[in-house]
Design a protein around this ligand. Structure first.
Ligand SMILES: [Fe+2]
Length: 337
């Protein structure tokens, strides 16, 4: 072999080792600094860099659709099974066969067709002012329709997927007619027209504008652990209530993800999803975002433990996607803006 050719061959052999591994591209709707720290651990363990593109779920799904097979994305991460179902229906995810994922994640928190997998749990329940509501006054989501709550309830807009998924779970439990009546009555009981996010509802309850709000518990955790003393003071005035404990249990949702249809490295992308349900990753969520771990048996934070145990609606979360159009339609008829 001529020296020049052997040099070329040597270069070709060495080149892949000299270049850094190609980054895994993650489209994420999540906005937590702790996610970046977690993804850095994945890079540390595998040598695979992770590059995150952040936007809201609708934008990310539209972008994946527009990019088609040319999309650079390997992973889509978003909150709410309703959004994950929309991504699945849009055809931007591909199925993943992983024993690690199916063994770690309870069946109701992953897609039966294996296109998306939950990796954190989010309880959408009630918080109430400690001094104006006794826990005995609260019982079920259904009870929030009672006239005794007139002018005392707050919740965000029905255009938000969290409320759409909650209503989808109520449709699944009670049927469409009862769900419409419920949405109408709860809207009538609100202290003001829906505005702001879950944190704004908690601030308003602490300020005395209403007594009860429908929110996800991790927001209370984030306020409890906030560096801002005003947030901590608000959290101190509020208590979590887990409804429907004598019936189906609370509405639990997920944050989760899947491998994009366009990914050219589905095996690597699968490893990333498997990392998110590892004990190491699962242990971080209660302490950083105050979300519940999806893997059973992971230790909860002290704050979460202080809330006490609770029963969860066993509904398969794939149903939330199927019932999303009905939930949107009923909300529009109910007057809940
Ligand atoms: Fe959220």
């Amino acid at each position: 072999m001529k020296p020049f050719r052997s040099l070329l061959l040597l270069t070709a052999l060495l080149l892949p080792r000299l270049l850094p591994a190609e980054a895994l591209i993650v489209y994420s709707h999540r906005h937590y600094p702790s996610d970046d720290a977690l993804f850095a651990k994945f890079t540390e363990q595998t040598g695979i860099p992770v590059q995150v593109v952040k936007a809201n779920a609708g934008e990310l799904i539209e972008r994946l659709k527009a990019e088609g097979q040319n999309s650079p994305a390997d992973i889509l991460i978003t909150a709410d099974a309703g959004n994950l179902a929309l991504a699945k229906a849009a055809g931007v995810l591909q199925p993943v066969q992983s024993e690690i994922l199916t063994a770690a994640i309870p069946e109701s928190y992953r897609d039966p067709d294996n296109t998306w997998f939950g990796f954190t749990l989010r309880a959408r329940v009630m918080i109430h002012a400690k001094d104006r509501v006794s826990p005995g006054e609260l019982s079920t989501y259904e009870d929030l329709a009672d006239p005794k709550w007139r002018g005392r309830i707050l919740s965000r807009s029905s255009s938000h997927i969290y409320n759409q998924s909650l209503l989808a779970s109520i449709i699944a439990a009670n049927g469409e007619t009862a769900a419409l009546d419920w949405a109408r009555a709860v809207r009538r009981n609100m202290a003001r027209p829906p505005q702001g996010n879950d944190r704004d509802q908690m601030r308003a309850v602490a300020a005395g504008l209403a007594d009860v709000a429908i929110v996800n518990t991790y927001y209370l955790g984030l306020m409890h652990h906030s560096p801002d003393p005003r947030d901590r003071q608000i959290a101190d005035q509020l208590r979590v209530f887990f409804p429907n404990q004598d019936g189906r249990g609370i509405h639990m949702n997920v944050s989760g993800g899947g491998v994009t249809r366009a990914s050219s490295r589905p095996e690597t992308a699968q490893k990333f999803l498997e990392f998110l349900v590892s004990e190491e990753a699962q242990n971080t969520f209660p302490l950083t975002t105050s979300e519940f771990p999806v893997v059973p048996g992971i230790r909860l934070s002290e704050l979460q433990q202080s809330w006490g145990g609770f029963n969860v609606d066993p509904l398969n979360l794939g149903t939330l996607g199927e019932l999303n159009p009905a939930a949107v339609r009923l909300f529009n008829r109910s007057g809940w803006e």
